[in-house]
Write a protein that binds this ligand. Structure first.
Ligand code: 8ID
Ligand code: ZN
Length: 354
């Protein structure tokens, strides 16, 4: 019952238009290697990372031709022959995240940062991803989806959710602390507002426009700064936080400018979590004040398998809910334009079943 061909969105080169085809081959069960599984996708979120991959604007290029996408949810329909001790079986609903595969044996893997595996494979970047009806992934890395969570609500937890959940977890914050979230109205950011609130933190949201402001406020942000309108970003944040500045910032904007004043609006001992990945940008921090204020600057890269389960569990218990619009796969090009222009509020999730 597994078809020979499928719909898929293919990037042939970084400047050619995206091609949505209906005759892309489906890897058949007999062709799967041990450890691989075939997943029939229900849906896939669209992350700003997919736009970076499509444009080829990062220091490391994606494979070409490329099927992007790394927030997929679907059903396991085949497992490679001779797969030993598979943690998933036929019919299981699973998620495909950015980290498709890690060796589980190199030093980063052994230390729990499998995202930085020496042999890592990345969905929609170094291996084909989820902008297709079927995807090949790896039994040890697909993520079980809690039964109470619908697929379209789970999708963006697999990248956006996991990423901000882990970043907040390692932000050295405690209940009652202030956290600044530049990019708060976007895909990662609007989930960050909710994970932060669920962890008892007080949120200053930074983004632009009435729609994003309303979303952030509704989700529990106590203060809002419009980065396009403010005359004094640092002053506004200090005013919102009782004059002292914030305990942490998780930057999820895809622009270097969003990092510019973070050291100035953090209070002594504060932590800057570096998450947003603007093309070819450098982090510039005043060395004097970084030292004098004892600031921590921490890079945070998606999350490991455990982070993924924790982030999904919190969503399944209703503490965090992805705000998204559903679209067909054929709309992917317009979604990329929307992301480019900063027009997407929350996320877009592509429906793969129609
Ligand atoms: O593991 C990681 N570190 C990781 C995981 C997933 C995604 C990193 N990312 C990266 C993506 O590659 C991308 O560079 O995080 C960035 C954001 O991804 P996203 O949330 O999927 O993008 P979005 O939905 O476009 O949201 C970005 C928001 O930033 C705002 C925009 O208005 C938008 O709402 N923004 C911008 I552009 N400039 C801003 C500024 N100066 C800003 N917000 C505050 N201040
Ligand atoms: Zn992503």
């Amino acid at each position: 019952q597994i078809p020979k061909t499928q719909k898929a969105a293919i990037v042939e080169s970084n400047d050619a238009p995206l091609r949505v085809v209906s005759d892309h081959p489906v890897k058949q069960p007999g062709e799967l290697a041990p450890g691989e599984c075939l997943v029939r996708l229900d849906c896939s979120g669209v992350c700003h990372t997919d736009l970076h991959a499509r444009k080829g604007d990062w220091p490391v290029p994606a494979k070409l031709p490329l099927i992007g996408g790394h927030e997929g949810v679907g059903i396991v329909v085949a497992v490679g022959a001779h797969t030993q001790d598979s943690p998933v079986k036929l019919g299981d609903r699973v998620g495909i995240k950015w980290l498709a595969y890690s060796c589980l044996d190199c030093e980063p893997c052994r230390k729990g940062i499998e995202q930085s595996c020496e042999k890592g494979k990345y969905s929609g970047f170094t291996v084909d991803g989820t902008f297709s009806q079927y995807v090949v992934s790896y039994v040890n890395h697909v993520t079980p989806i809690p039964s109470s969570l619908p697929s379209d609500e789970a999708a963006s937890i697999l990248c956006a959710g996991v990423t901000v959940y882990r970043a907040i977890k390692y932000s050295n914050t405690h209940i009652g602390d202030w956290i600044v979230l530049p990019g708060a109205g976007g895909g990662l950011g609007h989930l960050a507002v909710q994970y932060a609130v669920a962890m008892g933190l007080r949120v200053v949201a930074i983004d632009t426009g009435a729609e994003k402001k309303n979303l952030c406020t509704k989700l529990g942000a106590e203060a809002w700064v419009d980065f396009k309108e403010t005359k004094d970003l640092v002053g506004d944040i200090k005013a919102a936080t009782g004059g002292k500045g914030a305990h942490a910032a998780v930057v999820t904007a895809a622009t270097g400018a969003a990092y510019a004043q973070a050291i100035d609006y953090l209070r002594p001992g504060g932590t800057l979590m570096v998450v947003g990945l603007p093309a070819q940008a450098k982090l510039s921090a005043d060395i004097f004040f970084t030292v004098i204020k004892s600031i921590n600057i921490v890079g945070s890269y998606v999350g490991n398998r455990q982070d993924a389960r924790e982030a999904l569990d919190i969503a399944a218990r209703g503490k965090v809910k992805c705000f998204f619009e559903s679209k067909p796969l054929s709309a992917l090009s317009e979604v990329y334009e929307g992301l480019e222009q900063g027009k997407i509020v929350g996320r877009v999730v592509l429906n793969m079943t129609d």
